[in-house]
Design a protein around this ligand. Structure first.
Ligand code: ADP
Ligand code: ADP
Ligand code: MG
Length: 667
């Protein structure tokens, strides 16, 4: 492949910036990242060849500052700017400014973006081009009484849409005429506050709607091809959650009609670059060639573009770069074929149990399944900050058949481990296991209808915690460290305190060993005893009360150093817990008389003890940090400090005597 540019600037952040950098690098193109104060340590900055600071965290002062970004491109010698998605990607004034600065915008022309920028104008244009559009009113008259009469003519239910809307915002479904006025006012308000435009259109609400979109690609020589369709019907509040390609139930006839309409739409505006024509289809029965309508065009690379890449083998970002550099499309329509089936699930830091409230936090641990494509912009230790979209990753799987690709998605989700924030992973897993979805019978209402079941959290039971603590100690019969942990008394009951981090919660429990195969976890709502513990393949089983319970608890020690990540698998869901190294904690308990031992491997971040100090029992002598978790070091008894074997900022091994007391007899 030719090298399209020497150097490009990526005017974005997160996973999409990282994804673009990867392809640029593969093509031998130099990359310049931009970053706000909040992203100074971000992965996209680390990946790029160079990075330019563009401002404070707020997007209006950084990632939306077209002028600053263009200057950064000029200063760093970049020839072109890739906008990614969101931010400046669909801003025609930015495209004009980029071109006026003598740079190339990697995307469509400003005029194509303007033609499709407002949903009402886009629909008129498409109607003229002979593309079927959703029946409705998309004129200028915004008088509420007039619009209400239009809604009556269209027939309920209707959908009110802010014409400037995007990302599912500014949209209201109305089922009953008596609700129309209030819904109109609220859609207009949202249009003004989110997009600075309160203008609306009214559409027929398509029943049992399916969102099916066509990926198109044009070049500057007048060629346009399509790369088949994606089904994005799994949505929550009009936002996509899981996407797939091709669409279930798609027939040759319908595909021909839909892709032809999409190519016609793109040609009507002289489209160049990657674009998506979104259709709404009647999903109340089998798909029909006359049962789909144009909704809008997204004049950019789409979040869900990887599913198309998976089934066609095309690198859409590579095509974007080539086409922007003036090259013709690398292949003709005939050379494009569908191979197998692909899914993408969007993993977010958000709380399904709390109305999907966006979450933040430091990702103590992040790891993915090797068998999937995992597009992410964060690593273990990175932070999900409140400033930007809380997306953690997109997990993409491919298989020969839909069933195989979906099976791989379930596996990949179960092996995606995130600790440090609450995520929608369980919700995605429940969706991937949903019967109707598995059968390919679904529409955009599926999630809302089954929301309660899909969001039902698997309660974190004391039994699960006991399995997790036991597994983390690596004491299972046959485990590598099997048997009794070092420093443990071999008689009577031995106890250890175990801290477990779950999301943003810290759970403190005590684990007591009664015998080789029986433990009791206490300190929680109620104590639980696991007895007759056995290894059962990869899982553990134990008797709890009268029942024998099997619980998969997978322990990973990779990149944790000072502890274990325990994934408790039960009822088809995975709960990830971090268990800081408990061995060192046991050592600490073995001899608490004369010394303060490091409860885990970590760094001393504060010390308030010096040789000769007289301290009282319980007094805080210092603070240690391990895996971003702080632990205070307290005096085990009254006494005088004889030695301090650590310093602030110094890493220490778990179990090490940090502070030693003078012998009681000597005092
Ligand atoms: P659509 O295909 O319906 O336009 P996409 O998922 O591709 O939806 O995203 C639409 C736009 O909204 C994108 O430009 C994306 O950056 C932005 N977006 C998507 N989800 C969010 C979110 N949760 N918060 C903020 N912006 C978002
Ligand atoms: P946005 O710019 O926010 O992506 P869209 O016009 O693409 O707005 O609509 C977003 C989603 O709303 C669609 O994916 C679809 O699920 C739903 N939707 C839009 N129009 C209709 C309609 N006429 N009938 C039923 N559902 C619709
Ligand atoms: Mg849309």
């Amino acid at each position: 492949m030719m090298k399209p540019f020497n150097k490009i600037l990526i005017a974005n952040r997160g996973e999409i910036a990282c994804r673009i950098i990867r392809t640029a690098r593969a093509l031998g193109v130099g990359t310049v990242a931009v970053y706000s104060d909040a992203d100074a340590q971000a992965q996209h900055v680390a990946l790029a060849d160079a990075a330019v600071h563009i401002g404070p965290p707020a997007v209006s002062q950084s990632y939306l500052r077209g002028d600053v970004i263009i200057q950064a491109a000029l200063d760093s010698g970049a020839q072109a700017i890739h906008p990614g998605y969101g931010f400046l990607s669909e801003n025609p004034d930015f495209v004009d400014a980029v071109e006026q600065a003598g740079l190339v915008f990697i995307g469509p022309s400003a005029s194509a973006i303007r033609a499709m920028g407002l949903k009402d104008a886009a629909k008129k244009l498409m109607q003229q081009a002979g593309v079927p559009v959703v029946p409705g009113y998309h004129g200028e008259n915004q008088d509420p009484a007039f619009l209400s009469a239009q809604a009556d003519d269209i027939g309920y239910p209707v959908l009110i849409k802010a014409r400037a809307g995007g990302g599912g915002k500014g949209m209201r479904r109305v089922d009953d005429p008596s609700d129309f006025a209030a819904a109109l006012a609220s859609a207009q308000r949202e249009g003004v506050s989110a997009f600075g435009d309160g203008h609306v259109l009214i559409e027929k609400y398509v029943s049992a709607p399916r969102h099916i979109e066509v990926q198109v690609f044009g070049d500057s020589h007048g060629n346009v091809v399509h790369l088949f369709e994606r089904d994005c019907s799994l949505q929550r509040r009009h936002q996509k959650v899981i996407e797939e390609a091709p669409a279930p139930g798609m027939t040759g006839d319908v595909r021909a009609a839909m892709t032809e309409a999409a190519v016609t739409a793109a040609k009507a505006i002289g489209y160049s670059g990657a674009g998506t024509i979104e259709f709404i289809a009647d999903g109340s029965g089998p798909l029909r060639p006359d049962g789909f309508w144009f909704m809008e065009m997204n004049t950019r690379l789409q979040v869900e573009h990887p599913v198309t890449e998976a089934i066609t083998g095309v690198d859409l970002v590579a095509w974007q770069l080539l086409v922007a550099a003036g090259a013709p499309l690398p292949c003709t329509q005939d050379q494009l074929t569908i191979s197998g089936h692909a899914f993408e699930a969007r993993l977010y830091a958000e709380d399904p149990g709390n109305n999907f409230l966006p979450a933040t936090g430091t990702l103590h641990h992040l790891s993915f399944h090797d068998g999937a494509r995992n597009d992410t912009g964060v690593r273990s230790g990175d932070e999900i900050s409140p400033w930007y979209d809380p997306m953690i990753a997109k997990i993409i799987t491919h298989g020969a058949t839909r069933a195989e690709a979906l099976d791989r998605l379930r596996t990949a989700l179960a092996q995606t481990h995130v600790a440090g924030t609450v995520t929608n992973a369980g919700f995605l897993a429940a969706l991937a296991a949903h019967q109707g979805f598995n059968a390919g019978h679904f529409d955009t209402g599926l999630i809302a209808r089954d929301l309660d079941t899909l969001c039902a959290a698997v309660p974190l039971s004391e039994t699960h915690l006991a399995f997790a603590a036991y597994s983390a100690l690596d004491l299972a019969p046959g485990a590598s460290g099997g048997g009794t942990p070092p420093g443990w008394r071999l008689w009577g009951t031995a106890q250890t305190e175990v801290l477990m981090l779950h999301g943003t919660e810290t759970l403190a429990r005590t684990l007591s060993f009664e015998s080789g195969d029986s433990v009791t976890l206490s300190g929680g709502p109620e104590p639980v005893t696991l007895s007759e513990i056995r290894r059962d393949g990869a899982a553990l089983s134990a008797r709890v009360g009268a029942q024998r319970i099997r619980c998969g608890a997978r322990v990973a020690r990779a990149d944790l150093g000072a502890g274990a990540l325990v994934s408790v698998l039960s009822e088809g869901r995975t709960t990830d817990l971090i268990v800081p190294d408990a061995r060192s904690g046991q050592a600490a308990r073995a001899d608490t008389g004369n010394a303060v031992l490091a409860p885990m491997t970590g760094v001393v971040i504060q010390l308030s003890a010096a040789i000769g100090d007289r301290v009282t029992q319980g007094q805080v002598l210092g603070v240690m940090e391990a895996m971003k978790m702080e632990t205070t070091l307290v005096a085990p008894r009254d006494g005088i400090i004889a030695a301090v074997a650590c310093a602030v900022g110094a890493p220490v091994e778990g179990g090490l005597a940090l502070i030693t007391f003078e012998d009681e007899a000597a005092e």
